[in-house]
Design a protein around this ligand. Structure first.
Ligand SMILES: Cc1ncc(COP(=O)(O)O)c(C=O)c1O
Length: 435
């Protein structure tokens, strides 16, 4: 029998990428198809095959692909000749975003921050936050945590814990002391108490830091969750030692954990907050640093960049906030979906003696090792589900679907995850077939 397919797959033809693009490419290796169109939680390859998206641009698409209202507003803006690039000049698009963020995000939460637009990546926001904390305090060292991920430019990378990414620098990564994250040593050892003790002891060898930089949920680090109590302890440590508390909400923010900010029900008031990924609402490059007014001390253009703020993103980000954050309906929907996700993942994990991790709509299953998790993800992709791993050993199968995913599609995706775990970890034919 001939093995030549009747209709050759355009989506499987990766020859141009293999020939021309750098080796550094990564996600395309896990999902070796060519994609064309996307709508909410569905992404179509160029052969027209639909895939359920449980990766969502690594949480850059919390409101799904191509939200119709954001897209319409952006198309109108472009059609009317709206400014695409304006350096950091005043534009109508920026003013409307600032006013909307103030009105619908800051004021209802009793928050007072100045908004700084950096270059459009998360790493750039983290760089700015760290530089600012150093300038405010006059100190050099900052504290970051085990399994933390903050980007791969040099300053951010110094805060990132992952040795593979750190190795890419081939240079000294200076200025950061590493502390254990909540739960790092297991129950019974409070990692915040350890940090407090080190900072209280003038001979611990730990310099007084300019800042403590923390993710309330570690996205890339394996969905480790910090408790509210632990975060309050960190804030108290920062205050006691004159350091700024920086919350990196780049992955966990914009609704991912069920509230706009992942820390907003923790009773803390960070000095600086970084946002990127889903801030634009539509996957456009856009990053922002929120700064308490008293720390807003960079001189004009002292931290600059050609692409500070993105007018197209100002348009879509404003629509995202107006549409999803004008009342608490979306928040409640995300929280309910997060509970459902948790229950279904528990069932799958229990069936194989694994555990679940995460919070809100940022959850996964710790499959014990990277090989198992990788096999599960590959089995999922065979069935048309895009899902990735995270964690120090890539051992966590991580669900990061759009928050707007319809319940039925969420369940369809989770059915695939369930079958994949059964195929990879169960006994008998299914398992053999997956290997
Ligand atoms: C918490 C966190 N901070 C910073 C970054 C870096 O963002 P970017 O990849 O846009 O530079 C990431 C990226 O995954 C992240 O998860």
């Amino acid at each position: 029998m001939s093995t030549t397919p009747l209709h050759p797959s355009k989506a499987a033809d990766t020859a141009t990428f293999d020939r021309v693009e750098s080796q550094v490419r990564s996600y395309c290796r896990s999902f070796p198809r060519k994609f064309g169109r996307a709508e909410n939680a569905t992404i179509f390859d160029v052969d027209g095959r639909a895939h359920i998206d449980f990766l969502a641009g690594c949480s850059s698409l919390n409101y799904g692909h191509n939200d119709p209202d954001m897209r319409a507003a952006l198309v109108d803006y472009i059609t009317e000749g709206g400014i695409a690039h304006g350096l950091d000049m005043h534009t109508d698009a920026k003013e409307r975003f600032l006013a909307t963020f103030e009105e619908k995000i800051l004021k209802p939460r009793g928050m007072d921050y100045r908004l700084m637009f950096t270059g459009p990546t998360g790493a750039n926001a983290v760089e700015a936050a760290l530089k600012l904390a150093r300038k405010v305090t006059g100190r050099h060292k900052t504290v970051a945590f085990t399994h933390g991920f903050h980007g791969v430019t040099m300053g951010a990378l110094a805060s990132t814990a992952n040795s593979y990414h750190r190795g890419g620098a081939s240079s000294e990564l200076a200025g950061v002391d590493r502390a254990p994250y909540d739960g790092y040593f297991g129950d019974g050892i409070d990692a915040a108490d350890m940090l407090a003790q080190m900072l209280d002891d003038p001979s611990s060898g730990f310099d007084k830091p300019a800042a403590i930089l923390v993710e309330p949920v570690q996205g890339e680090g394996g969905l480790n969750v910090a408790s509210a109590e632990w975060m309050r302890k960190l804030e108290a440590i920062a205050r006691k030692h004159g350091a700024l508390l920086i919350v990196d909400d780049i992955q966990a923010g914009c609704g991912r954990t069920g509230t706009f900010f992942s820390f907003e029900e923790m009773g803390i008031s960070p000095d600086i907050v970084t946002l990127a990924k889903s801030l634009s609402g539509m996957g456009l490059p856009f990053a922002m640093v929120m700064i308490k007014p008293e720390h807003d001390i960079f001189g004009p253009a002292e931290h600059n960049g050609t692409f500070r703020g993105n007018n197209h993103a100002f348009v879509t980000a404003r629509v995202a906030i107006e549409k999803f954050w004008s009342d608490d309906a979306f928040q409640k929907e995300v929280q309910a979906k997060g509970d459902h996700l948790a229950a279904r993942l528990e069932t799958i994990a229990d069936a194989h003696g694994f555990s679940t991790k995460g919070r809100g709509m940022m959850r996964g299953i710790d499959a014990g090792d990277g090989e198992t998790a990788g096999k599960v993800c590959r089995a999922c992709f065979e069935e048309g589900l895009i899902i990735e791993t995270s964690g120090a050993h890539d051992e966590v199968v991580k669900v990061l679907c759009p928050l707007t995913i319809p319940r039925a599609q969420l369940d369809a995706g989770l059915d695939i995850v369930e079958r994949a775990f059964a195929a990879v970890c169960g006994k008998g034919e299914a398992r053999d077939a997956a290997e």
